[in-house]
Design a protein around this ligand. Structure first.
Ligand SMILES: [Zn+2]
Length: 122
């Protein structure tokens, strides 16, 4: 697994990961992982050190394969009449995460780089 893919998984899994880490007393170790990510260092090693590497790699992310299907019908809208185009991407391409806008959803943010995802229209 290459670094952008691993970062995308880390980014997407982070909210759940924080809970898992807190429950197991690993919050400090998780912060080391995030620091390594921000510093451009390998995150595989610190993830393995706290035993969460396999947790991360089991996460399924929606990119970059979803990249070309930027049109989504908004759930809850009858007949799928309302269509949102474009996707949210991790700021500055920091990680490979891609999110499709959700109806009434908050603007997604990158937990790793503490930045709101950037919207790109198609
Ligand atoms: Zn990210």
């Amino acid at each position: 697994m290459d670094r952008p893919e691993l970062l995308a998984k880390l980014c997407e899994a982070l909210p759940g990961l924080r809970e898992v880490a807190a429950a197991h007393g690993l919050s400090g170790g998780l912060e080391k992982v995030l620091k390594a990510a921000r510093d451009g260092e390998s995150i595989e090693e610190p993830l393995r050190a706290i035993g969460l590497f396999s947790f991360i790699t089991s996460v399924t992310v929606r990119g970059p394969g979803a990249e070309h299907s930027g049109m989504v019908g908004v759930p809850g809208m009858e007949g799928g009449g309302h269509v949102v185009t474009g996707v949210y991407r991790c700021p500055n391409g920091a990680c490979g995460r891609i999110e499709h806008p959700a109806a009434g959803g908050d603007r997604p943010s990158c937990g790793v780089f503490r930045d709101a995802l950037r919207y790109e229209s198609n």
